[in-house]
Design a protein around this ligand. Structure first.
Ligand code: ADP
Length: 175
């Protein structure tokens, strides 16, 4: 039985993530789709909210189980008996980071390998950060996320007060 984990912050999930977890579930017998409970990034959604989105997205994926974890990713992978860490690759800058993480994780846990899946071409531009930026600027996010994420994201952004600049960095689309 082959078990994999698919870890990330998923703040929030978007269609690029959902495509990767769906494809991973075709390759492995069991996939633990796992959110870091306290990412270093300044998150917009709580751990429970991020997990709820993931559970909804995985409803029609019987081989996928949603979890949260803290600490080293390889330790979580060991706990659940996984031999693979699935990551999604967009452009070349993802490769640099993933390469370093994969080698470090392999040094820490030689029995666990990293499996990188190329992004679905239609999602190659998409990240949680760019999604939040578009939502903050009242752009159209309907093709980036499922409707239940879109609604919550728009509500959360509307509720942001003075610290909106802390929570959602405007780096690419304005100025
Ligand atoms: P993001 O990079 O969207 O802010 P995460 O850090 O939570 O989200 O990413 C978790 C995993 O999903 C990483 O392996 C990341 O490379 C992958 N991923 C993110 N966006 C995409 C995408 N558009 N297509 C494929 N994989 C992606």
């Amino acid at each position: 039985m082959t078990i994999a984990i698919y870890p990330g912050s998923f703040d929030p999930i978007h269609n690029g993530h959902i495509e990767i977890v769906r494809r991973a579930s075709l390759l492995f017998d069991e996939v633990y789709w796992a959110a870091y409970d306290r990412p270093l990034k300044n998150v917009l959604f709580t751990e429970q909210e991020r997990l709820d989105f993931m559970r909804q997205a995985a409803r029609d994926l019987p081989k996928v189980q949603v979890r949260s974890y803290h600490g080293l990713t390889v330790l979580f992978a060991r706990q659940v008996g996984a031999t693979a860490i699935v990551r999604g690759l967009r452009a070349t800058h993802d490769f640099e980071i993933e390469y370093q993480m994969a080698l470090t994780n392999h040094q820490q846990a030689p029995e666990i390998d990293t499996v990188c899946l190329m992004t679905g071409a239609q999602y190659a531009f998409l990240s949680s950060s760019i999604l939040k930026e578009v939502a903050l600027a009242n752009g159209n996010i309907s093709e980036m996320v499922p409707p239940y994420v879109a609604t919550k994201l728009q509500t959360r952004i509307a509720q942001l007060g003075e610290d909106r600049g802390e929570k959602v960095k405007l780096v690419s689309l304005q100025e």
